[in-house]
Design a protein around this ligand. Structure first.
Ligand code: ANZ
Ligand code: ZN
Length: 873
């Protein structure tokens, strides 16, 4: 055994063992417990970042731990390979996105392999390859025929200068990222997944996901946003509108109906167009300008919620459905066309947005709910009162509570056929058309005779050409006749292939299922394999995917179930959302007020006694830099640490150990060089102790029945570590405290005597335990230690150590120490200790020494098994 711990050699040897033994290649084994451990697959951006390393280490530790429990563990890996960064890189470097992507995959794969992940690489899935996306296209055509996918107009961000559609992230402060032009909303035909048809199930089955963080379930519930409310019709005032009809609104507060003082519609609403036609020309021009303004500024909903409320009157009126009172119709920028019915009944007294609006435009405010303070008219108006309460100022409904009013008002409206209860979801259908090149082609052919025709199964896949370099001016596919010219599958006439591609969230919505049978050519998944492995037992990934990715994946799972492709209802039984990797930031303020950020590696820091950073200077010029606090590692703050540099310097095991030791997986992890060094030091200690031990020759087997008290204490420490680590890893995913338990054990083992045969046998058990407990976390060094410890067979095939409960039984007692009757400490003594032994131990106890300093001990009173009182003066 080498004297020095040499991670490079050890890691290469362990990895080559796993490779040649195909240790991680798994197949269905009926009768054996399965465990499917999945980490969110990476986007091949170029190289791994610390967040990836953390994610995949957590997954790998869980996978290896489960394998040591005797389970048949599947841990696959692949590439979420379509997406915009490839197009941006292509434009910058003039290389095709395909080439860029495949090269990144090659490099990142070697990086992942160097981490020693227990991954079945034979199942690798790459979503930009036709053998993957052909099944996505296949499912698309099936769902299209079923009506689960349909076509309708949707709004997009349109850049009028570049003449192209932009993704939300390409719109910066309302302007195109390249042209700087003001972005307009445009309506174009797009394809939609009818996810709203699954809204109820997506919501209710969250209740069955006991293994998901509560926070993520709440985020999903809010996103789906189920509200019970009422659809209310406001008949048109024919004199002002010029036509008969009614304006529909959706409200969650029908109890406030008598408090409606105006109504408001979205810029795209029918009544806005009516107003344009009927207003005098100056007013119409003003309204037109406002409508244009509303339509500009992108489609991101978050912006709409926070922007200043603005509006214009239309000169139109509707009638209150119960009182017949005329209410003015306004166009307002806070009313969304795609939510509810694109119109609201405004109740300023009880809705904050309406309140802000009414206040600004001096519209009447009428209270119809009694506040808890009991005020009828809380004037002067400070704010809307949004709580439920007893009705006031509402005629026959006065005195009713929310539920009572809801029902009574529904009855009143039904009588007039002007309303009824309705449940509504915030969730909208999922528009998946993207006017981008690097994505999965939508398998539709447009024919003048036959309309939209799905590409027949035997003509799939529709292959995306891979040698195209996009130039940023719209999708190149739309300018490639060789791509879009085709003949209609139905009538044979010349037709045009769809040139939009799918949202890349589609690929990541079903990859977990494809891993079950990645090379299967008979369908999207082999149902037997899918049912064998799914649902995923443990899914691990970033909280940033708490809503969209997880919702879409759950949706796809249900779609696939309803296609008869698999049996389960949900894809991920347990979910672990890992915390961020954070690091210190340093900067200097530039003359223009901006900041120049420096990488922590280029900064020298000074700490106070408590380790807090108090000053920092740049290494190259020795001049001070400002300390910007701890932030998520990112390019923008230049505080990233390249994991590769760490792996190269210390080895993968140290990197993995640090990642797992520095904090629990769901908390943020603060990068620290000294932490990494600490990890490396610990592994060297383990190495050194094992080396000294095996160099002396392997001992005989341990005889548990003839252990001395001291030896029993050592054995107790070994099994305490097993107990602690098993609980921490198996039940709580607290890898950090599991590692701490191993460290405690190491302290005991290092101090234990190593001469007698029994002592050496005990150390053997201790070191085997250390190797086994560390095996999921630092698999390479454990692999080596295991064989050095004389084990036949590799540790990868070994079982997690068994707890021997009898080793935990403690024959010692805790005695209280008093000095002059005051409690001063505790004393741990073997139950068999004599009165004299107890007294001697008490006299040398450090607290006793401290409290008797300068005094003479007059008397020592021992109450056996309970206390020692020392009388001194
Ligand atoms: C009157 C009212 C009175 C409302 C009141 C609230 C409080 P959720 O819970 O999200 O479903 N609303 C309806 N359609 C809208 C649209 N297209 N754009 C903007 N707002 C719209 O919200 C339902 C509430 O949001 C509805 O209830 C409506 O305002 C508003 F004291 O109607 B409410
Ligand atoms: Zn046709």
């Amino acid at each position: 055994m080498h004297e020095q711990y040499q991670p490079r050699e050890i890691e290469a040897a362990a990895q080559s063992h796993w490779d040649t033994q195909k240790s991680f290649v798994v197949n269905e084994q009926p009768g054996k417990d399965t465990f499917y451990c999945l980490s969110m697959f990476p986007y091949p951006s170029g190289k791994l970042h610390m967040g990836h390393v953390r994610n995949y280490t957590i997954g790998d530790v869980i996978a290896r731990y489960q394998r040591m429990q005797g389970k048949n563990v599947l841990q696959p890996m692949g590439w979420d390979a379509f997406g915009m960064p490839a197009e941006n890189a292509a434009m910058k470097n003039k290389v095709a996105p395909a080439k860029w992507t495949y090269e990144n995959i090659d490099y990142m794969k070697t990086q992942l392999k160097s981490l020693g992940l227990a991954v079945d690489w034979t199942r690798e899935v790459t979503t930009c390859k036709p053998d993957y996306y052909r099944w996505e296209q296949w499912l698309f055509t099936r769902l299209y025929q079923k009506g689960v996918i349909y076509r309708k107009n949707g709004s997009v961000n349109w850049d009028p200068v570049d003449q192209t559609v932009l993704a939300n992230e390409q719109v910066i402060d309302g302007r195109g990222w390249r042209s700087g032009a003001l972005i307009e909303k445009r309506e174009i035909p797009m394809y939609y997944f009818k996810i709203t048809a699954y809204a109820d199930e997506l919501l209710s089955s969250l209740d069955d996901l006991d293994g998901w963080p509560e926070q993520v379930k709440t985020m999903q519930r809010n996103w789906i946003g189920k509200s019970r409310g009422m659809e209310v019709s406001f008949p048109y005032d024919v004199a002002s509108i010029g036509e008969a009809g009614s304006m529909k609104v959706f409200t969650t507060r029908p109890d406030t109906l008598l408090g409606a003082t105006y109504v408001a519609v979205a810029a795209e609403h029918h009544l806005a167009s009516v107003a344009l036609a009927r207003l005098p020309s100056d007013k119409a021009a003003e309204l037109q300008a406002f409508i244009d303004e509303c339509k500009r500024g992108g489609v991101a909903e978050a912006d709409i919620a926070t922007q200043e409320k603005k509006g214009l009157p239309t000169g139109l009126f509707v009638e209150h459905p119960l009182t017949g009172e005329k209410l003015p119709v306004w166009v307002a920028n806070y009313v969304l066309i795609h939510y509810g019915d694109g119109a609201v009944m405004a109740v300023p007294a009880h809705d904050e947005r309406d309140f802000e609006f009414a206040h600004k435009y001096q519209l009447p405010i009428k209270a119809v709910v009694r506040t808890t303070a009991g005020d009828e008219t809380p004037a002067p108006w400070q704010d809307a009162y949004g709580e439920h309460g007893q009705l006031i100022n509402s005629g026959e409904f006065d005195g009713l509570d929310f539920e009572g009013a809801f029902d009574a008002i529904e009855v009143a409206l039904q009588k007039k056929s002007l309303g009824q209860a309705r449940t509504q979801f915030r969730l909208r259908d999922w528009g998946i058309s993207r006017q981008r090149y690097w994505g999965c082609p939508i398998p539709i052919i447009h024919c003048d005779n036959c309309g939209d025709v799905p590409v027949p199964e035997d003509q799939l896949p529709v292959v995306l050409p891979e040698d195209v370099v996009p130039d940023g001016a719209g999708s190149p596919l739309a300018r490639m006749p060789e791509f879009y010219e085709c003949s209609c599958p139905k009538c044979g006439n010349p037709a045009k292939r769809e040139t939009d591609t799918m949202d890349t969230f589609v690929e990541s919505s079903w990859y977990f299922a494809r891993y079950a049978s990645p090379q299967y050519t008979g369908g999207m998944v082999d149902p037997a394999a899918a049912n064998h492995w799914l649902p995923v037992d443990q899914y691990i990934g970033g909280i940033e995917h708490a809503i969209l990715h997880l919702l879409y994946a759950r949706f796809f799972h249900k779609l696939m179930r309803d296609e008869g492709l698999l049996d389960s209802d949900e894809p991920f039984k347990n979910l672990l959302t890992q915390g961020m990797v954070v690091a210190d930031t340093y900067f200097r303020v530039l003359e223009n007020g901006g900041k120049d950020w420096f990488n922590p590696a280029d900064v020298e820091i000074e700490r106070d006694a408590k380790g807090k950073v108090i000053a920092a200077k740049l290494k190259i010029d020795g001049q001070p830099v400002e300390i910007g606090g701890t932030e998520k590692m990112s390019k923008s703050k230049n505080n990233g640490v390249d994991p590769q540099a760490m792996i190269d310097a210390y080895g993968a095991d140290t990197c993995r150990l640090f990642m797992m030791f520095a904090s629990p997986p769901d908390m943020s992890l603060e990068w620290s060089d000294s932490g990494v060094e600490g990890g490396s030091r610990f592994l060297r200690r383990v190495w050194r102790l094992t080396q000294t031990h095996v160099n002396a020759g392997l001992p005989q087997a341990l005889d548990k029945n003839t252990l001395s008290d001291a030896q029993r204490e050592v054995r107790r420490a070994i099994h305490l570590a097993i107990k602690q680590a098993s609980q921490d890893i198996g039940q709580h995913h607290k890898f950090n405290t599991a590692i701490a338990a191993v460290m405690t054990l190491m302290n005991v083992l290092e101090k234990a005597p190593q001469q007698a045969e029994q002592d050496r046998a005990l150390l053997q058990e201790g070191l085997e335990t250390v190797a086994l407990l560390l095996a999921p976390i630092t698999p390479h060094i454990s692999h080596q230690l295991w064989s050095e410890l004389g084990q036949h067979g590799a540790i990868i095939d070994a079982r997690w150590p068994q707890l021997d409960e009898s080793a935990l039984v403690q024959d010692s007692l805790t005695l209280v120490i008093q000095v002059n009757g005051k409690l001063r400490g505790q004393l741990e003594m073997p139950a068999s200790a004599s009165r004299e032994e107890v007294e001697t131990a008490a006299r040398s106890n450090e607290n006793v020494l401290r409290f008797t300093e300068g005094l003479a001990i007059r008397k020592v009173i021992v109450v056996p098994g309970k206390l020692v009182n020392i009388v001194a003066n």
